[in-house]
Design a protein around this ligand. Sequence first.
Ligand SMILES: *Cc1c(COP(=O)(O)O)cnc(C)c1O
Length: 334
Amino acid sequence: MNVIDLRSDTVTQPTPGMLDAMATAATGDDVYGEDPSVNRLEAELARRLGFAAALFVPTGTMSNLLALMAHCERGEEYIVGQQAHTYKYEGGGAAVLGSIQPQPLEAQADGSLDLDRVLEAIKPDDFHFAPTRLLALENTMQGKVLSLEYLARARAFTHEHGLALHLDGARLYNAAVKLGVEAREIARHFDSVSVCLSKGLGAPVGSVLCGSTALIAKARRLRKMVGGGMRQAGSLAAAGLYALDHHVQRLADDHANAQWLGEALREAGYPVEPVQTNMVYVQMGDRHQAFKDFAGERGIKLSTAPRLRMVTHMDVNRAQLEKVVQTFVAFSRN
Ligand SMILES: *Cc1c(COP(=O)(O)O)cnc(C)c1O
């Protein structure tokens, strides 16, 4: 059975072109700074996003951790969304490994953090409190794109209050493609940006952290400390370079597919949230486990949650999504 996997955009297989690029990549020992492909990926992404430096890391989780630890010292604090990946989905790494205190805030409906609430959460200069150092945003946030106007306000706000500004841009390119702007138009508002190559861009492994020369030097030291110094990583970097050259504009196809899926399910009577990029959220209530099993028997892999998330990506096409819609329809008749 040809499985349709809508759990995440992380599930894609490398394409023949990508595998070829990986197989023929020049490599060297990256801990010595001698891997030409890694160096090229870091330079290329720094250039594209408008930063002085960049660092290739195995995962988005490590990239965010290094950023948080580079911005905040032990006993300091970052402000972050309650549902943000850097707070909720990274095993508490900032607290465990960095001794950094998170100050989570509920996000607004559009995925942004209300800057008035952020202001209230900044700790006064008083020894009772952990010094607030950083605001961490996420874009896209559950498939939603933060507006450029909001990012400009967040930048001005953090400057005014002496905070650094980090972006978990795991899906930065989905946001850029959706807005129809160069990714640097988003990235330029931040002191550091983490980008995943292994989500919609379709690489098997890897994220890149971008920032100033000093910040990336600090992150490079921390990467070694947490065990992320890789050796002949050029084959992996080559997959990332290939993805940046071939898989950015095609994200628009994933967005169109998600849009189509959302429309079709709404027509079928399901409560679907508005779709912006490659994520479709449907309220399944207490039938979510039954539906997951029903779909699973028909070759469709889904997450389980009352608020079901389906993610489109390069390994799922329109014909497969038609089958997904038929499965939803069959389930509601069931
Ligand atoms: C996937 C993801 C990460 C972490 O990436 P991993 O490579 O899975 O560690 C970070 N932030 C967001 C928003 C993500 O979706």
